[in-house]
Write a protein that binds this ligand. Sequence first.
Ligand code: ATP
Ligand code: MG
Length: 404
Amino acid sequence: MKHETVAGLDIGTTKTCAVVAAEGPGGLEIIGYGEAPSLGMRKGVVTDLEETIKSIEAATEKAERMAGVHISDVYVAITGEHIRSTNNRAVVAVQNEDREVGIADVRRVVDASKIINLPADRQIIHALPRYFTVDGQDGVEDPVGMAGGRLEVDTHIITGGTSFITNVLKCVHRAGLESAGLVFEPLASSAATLLSEEKQVGVVLLDIGGGTTDIAVYSNGGAIYTSTIPVGGSILTNDISLGLKTTTAEAEQIKRAYGAGTPDSADRAFPVKTLDGRATKEATTAQLRQIVVPRVVETFRMAKSKIVENVPRDLVLGEVVITGGGARLTGIEPLAEEVFGLPVRVGLPGAVAGLTDALKQPEYATAIGLVLFGPNGGLENHEYVKRSPSVFTKIRSWLGDLWN
Ligand SMILES: Nc1ncnc2c1ncn2[C@@H]1O[C@H](COP(=O)(O)OP(=O)(O)OP(=O)(O)O)[C@@H](O)[C@H]1O
Ligand SMILES: [Mg+2]
């Protein structure tokens, strides 16, 4: 792959998506993407190696053809119930003789924050600096160049089950690709859909996929809590199929056509194929609503209780942003507003050039976010990233080991 291109691979529960971007004069630009059905994943974890490899190969080939470049290494999205997150804090003495914080000090303190009690079957995926403290002054976003003798960092640490990660990487390797780094999915989705102001004020991101709903909570610019729940759009399709006694394919179509509707919209009848596909019966949008609403509300409540249990009581949150294919459900926003008691918007991928209308859809947030988040690692909010002449070359080199 040409040096100035960057690629992402999102192996989802319903689809695999590969995205290639190139660093142009005006910044990053998407130059190719490819999508293929994903049949070898369930709730974010690999259940069939061969199917997953096929899916990666198909998506990557399409992206390569469109971009006209060979993809050799990719940032790989990862999710699943094996992912855990925690916050940690570390302190180091500034080593510079004139007591000025250097990049090496930042690196050392972030590394030190990675020393946590980790069972043998788990590994760190991210250590994301939330803020630094220099000689007791906290809330420092960018300590580089500041005078001080004692540097502290508060980090958000994300870990995953080694065997689950290994299986994903096995598929990536067997599809002929190298991993440039793993990215927990909601971090990628956030990079594509959230504004830095939102992260500053306090925001919840929910990526509702087919098999999982990924959660990321930001406050003061950094991630404070991340998690995932094993419920997504597939279970809703399943509910509809059971409730209306029809096939999964028909239920999926019905879900996409009518969704949760709105409480005040007039009741409408629509045809439903019977299970054997030979006859048609009738159902109504009110009936559908009775199936869809409780499941969607339950999913939001599960996400909310996870957040409430894990963030400080006094945390200020201004908004909920929903993305992922599940965010396309008609009538989903008022349901989220009701559960969270916060304004809700659907997050479409942005912040990068070359996005066609086809790509400006919530289901591509993760894949597009990978090329944005991947090279910048966890330091997207920090000034020394913005100051750096080339984010790609400089930051990548010293961030390399933050991925491990
Ligand atoms: N118009 C729509 N209305 C309701 N649901 C929709 C609509 N379009 C897509 N979906 C749902 O979005 C889900 C797929 O979303 P997405 O592509 O983000 O998942 P994924 O990334 O493959 O899965 P995961 O992130 O869980 O691994 C499916 O359950 C699909 O039914
Ligand atoms: Mg997804």
